[in-house]
Write a new protein. Structure first.
Length: 336
């Protein structure tokens, strides 16, 4: 059975391939989906975003239509270039969503007859087909019916919504502290069911702002720390959107370090962050070396300053702080 992090990676890959693109073909072997498609065709709609919630994968289309799928034991989403041979027989296909078209200049499908591993810079590439095989649960929802669904997990308060308040964020985190006291701060910040909107970059930045070591257990968080994290989540995400940048997948796409060199988004992201992507570089606040360590079951990279974000052990936990790598890496594109 695919674990949550597998679904998460699937959603990210789908987002990269389909996000912002117009559906050019839709096929399904499921009667209920087909009838919705007959009444309100998928073709011509834009894929607004793809999201993982627990073991569910949600694809949001323009015009208030959401395809919700659950992988159960055997289901899986595959991603192919248009024209590429599928890995599974068409009889096992439940849903196929195509975006873009095959272009004449496209190379023949002689190589890489396997689900695509997305690389950066493929945005201009020809069409993709996202194919759902074997899933038993796939249904269309509207925002309203999704809200009413008791099966699909709800998101936490969205840091970008008008209704978001620091208090709502703090309350959501407090509830999590009660139900999952041993969870690490960085893992909680990424959990869209606690607060929705933060991506992997802001996770590190928000923890830095609150002077909280991201590997601490959430049971050790103080009221003040919760408040700062909720507040920074909101102000930075808003500033980021106001900056005219794409919100990107799960809120990634970033401006947090507002030093004298506010630069264009073509620049390396780490130029504008406090700690994210700055492994082995000096902390902008204290000069200590920023560390990096993979965190959580999804093994997402987390960055922090060991001096500004001291370790606080929970009761019974080792007093020794987790250690990360602080070796400066060569400049490269950050694609996490
Ligand atoms: Zn520091």
């Amino acid at each position: 059975m695919p674990e949550g992090d597998t679904i998460y990676r699937t959603a990210r890959a789908l987002q990269k391939a389909l996000g912002g693109k117009v559906v050019s073909a839709f096929e399904t072997g499921m009667a209920k989906l087909a009838s919705v498609n007959d009444d309100a065709p998928l073709v011509g709609r834009t894929v607004e975003r793809v999201e993982a919630r627990g073991k569910w994968c949600l694809i949001f289309f323009s015009g208030d239509l959401i395809l919700v799928s659950h992988m159960l034991m055997s289901g899986s989403w595959h991603l192919y270039r248009v024209g590429e041979k599928w890995w599974m027989p068409k009889s096992k296909m439940r849903v196929m969503i195509r975006v873009g078209e095959l272009q004449a200049s496209c190379e023949p499908m002689s190589h890489e007859a396997r689900p695509i591993r997305l690389r950066s810079g493929q945005a201009g590439a020809p069409g993709f087909e996202a194919v759902l095989f074997n899933a038993q649960v796939a249904e269309f929802h509207t925002a309203r019916s999704l809200e009413r669904s008791s099966q699909v997990p709800k998101l936490g308060p969205d840091v970008l919504s008008e209704e978001f308040s620091v208090e709502a964020g703090v309350n959501a985190m407090r509830a999590r502290m009660t139900s999952h006291p041993d969870e690490e701060v960085g893992v909680m910040l990424l959990n869209q069911r606690v607060m929705a909107g933060l991506g992997n970059v802001y996770k590190s930045e928000v923890a830095f702002a609150a002077a909280v070591n991201p590997f601490r257990r959430i049971s050790t968080l103080t009221a003040r720390e919760l408040e700062v994290m909720a507040e920074k989540s909101q102000t930075w995400m808003r500033a980021n959107v106001a900056d005219g940048q794409q919100r990107g997948e799960a809120g990634e796409g970033i401006v947090t370090y507002t030093g004298p060199r506010r630069t264009t988004h073509a620049m390396d992201r780490s130029d504008r962050t406090w700690v994210y992507g700055r492994q082995g570089q000096e902390c902008r606040r204290c000069g200590a070396l920023v560390e990096r360590r993979l965190q959580g079951t999804a093994a997402r990279p987390t960055y922090w300053c060991p001096a500004c974000q001291p370790w606080v052990a929970a009761s019974g936990q080792s007093e020794a702080a987790p250690v990360g790598k602080a070796v400066k890496v060569g400049r490269r594109k950050i694609g996490c």
